[in-house]
Design a binder for this molecule. Structure first.
Ligand code: CMP
Length: 138
């Protein structure tokens, strides 16, 4: 089933000049880009985006990290996009990620892990609408 998901190319990837390589990797895996832009998140935006993690011990560090430099949110479309993106990304901690996955190729640590991906179709819809109006998905 064709599905939509959201990825965010994180500050470490932008800093390390890996944005283009990650977008090429996603396109090679059959994702179609519906929308994308570079944005430097405010603290309020990062707190709201990651609100589901607000009780976690790493929440403040995560917010500080995600506002430390520009990121690229991208809305993506593909068959089984949510599950497939999670496979292509690899495990949250790059040291646990399978060889050839984006996090294994480009991630540096559990925080600087190169890319975010929605964890369910429900959250994908919420996360896409966080960054893009329906009219911007083309
Ligand atoms: P992401 O997929 O963007 O969703 C939440 C993020 O929290 C996760 O990637 C990690 O980069 C980050 N994070 C930082 N520390 C931890 C931790 N100890 N456990 C899980 N996620 C963490």
């Amino acid at each position: 089933m064709t599905q939509q998901t959201l990825t965010i190319i994180k500050p470490d990837s932008v800093e390390n000049h890996n944005t283009g390589k990650i977008i090429a990797h996603l396109e090679n895996e059959g994702f179609r880009i519906l929308a994308g832009r570079m944005v430097h998140l405010t603290e309020a935006q990062a707190r709201a985006f990651y609100a589901v993690h607000k009780e976690r011990p790493f929440y403040n560090d995560l917010v500080a990290y995600m506002t430390s430099g520009p990121v690229w949110p991208l809305a993506l479309e593909r068959k089984d996009a949510v599950t497939y993106l999670r496979q292509v990304m690899g495990a949250t901690n790059p040291s646990d990620a399978d060889a050839g996955t984006i996090r294994s190729l480009y991630g540096e640590s559990i925080e600087r892990n190169s890319i975010h991906g929605s964890d369910s179709p429900e959250n994908a819809a919420i996360e896409i609408s966080f960054f893009f109006a329906a009219s911007e998905l083309v």
